[in-house]
Design a protein around this ligand. Sequence first.
Ligand code: 2AM
Length: 485
Amino acid sequence: MSQPTADVGLIGLAVMGQNLILNMNDHDFVVCAYNRTTSKVDHFLENEAKGTKVIGAHSVEEFCSKLKRPRKIVILVKAGSAVDNFIEQLVPHLEQGDIIVDGGNSHFPDTIRRCEDLEKKGILFVGSGVSGGEEGARYGPSLMPGGNPKAWEHIKPIFQAIAAKAPDGAPCCDWVGETGSGHYVKMVHNGIEYGDMQLICEVYQIMKEGLGLSEDEMACVFEDWNNGDLDSFLIEITRDILKFKDTDGKPLVEKIRDTAGQKGTGKWTGIDSLDRGIPTTLIGEAVYSRCLSSLKDERVRASKILAGPKDAKYNGDKKQFLDQLGQALYAAKIVSYAQGFMLMRQAAKDYGWKLNYAGIALMWRGGCIIRSVFLGKIKDAYNNNPQLENLLFDPFFQEAIAKAQDGWRHVISQAVVLGIPTPALSTALNFYDGLRHEKLPANLLQAQRDYFGAHTYELLDNPGKAVHTNWTGRGGDVSASTYMA
Ligand code: 2AM
């Protein structure tokens, strides 16, 4: 048999897979392509990959035989059983130390399981978040690889070469951590993306309904914001969307049915945060907002019968209000990222991952949908203090919120008066105010629980000791651990 010639193999020739191959080829790696439907291999070699160094295979065995050792195999197929099927087909043709990277949208518990199963067989498994869509895959995605750490030195040159580059030239790809951490971080990234998008949508609704701005006027505001602290891909595309006219000269965005779709990664983040007991409230509200949007028919009926405030127009100084709106957006965004990093920190504790938070911010700095200047500040915060307990404790962000909070509070109070929904902007403020309260009313809550369920409480001056009170003077004073209320 001839000598293996490919530096890396890729399975799955949908657009993402094809583009990633072409990207690797641009960086002088020889790639071997394979796909379940093998006719797609030939089609790819004769069309998109014509004139490149890409080679193909028509069976898993042939594919494995063409890869240099240790083999580096990237799987980019539909998440779920297709990934397991391919792993099963590959393993008999692999040797100790060979590497399988799942670059699909796998749910992290699957990645943890696959990593552990394959480690027993001597195969190094990596689950890598890939963000940036088709364009990113072709010209520079954000890559978030995590799994068996022994794989990193082998895949690093390829991954960092093809990844997006931050403005300072640093690749938007670094080692995330152990087992399922790469896919976990990608999941949180998607949740944060939901939050960023929802925040922008809320300020759009305030500008439209509350201030009565036209789409072109709003585009100018987004343009301004994009030249400052809010500089980001999502603000930039929002500006362009608002400017975009349909063939009749009217803004296309206003003709789009207001029901949001979702593929589920935001929901995964929300569910995971509930499981872990971390209040990522902004992502939760972003998911619920999409749910509420899709109840269009019910909302149409509700709009005709449910009362709201009489006047829905803001009467104050519009220019000043727009500044405050920018402050509200910025402050809420800081809170959202703080919540996302709190969640990752808890998951790292739960799974024993050593996550590199500055590296994560850097990986999101370019290539992906949430890329922004702001992520550079988060990277700085974790570089300055890798043990940072909460992003909001970083001096830069402390001060940023301190400066923005008056505007933020004004915007939310006005939105409430005008009856304009601001679930994400408001939950961020509620979280912020909750976090900065040394004392919350959970003392009363504990008393209630003890009253009706004998669940016991602790005293401020004696934490750790369970106390039960016979609140009514009736019944016994046994606690819930001894009887079911
Ligand atoms: P196909 O071209 O043979 O359909 C995106 O759908 C990619 O995932 C495609 O490369 C597709 O292969 C692959 N894929 C989807 N379901 C699969 C399965 N059950 N087994 C193997 N590959 C699958």
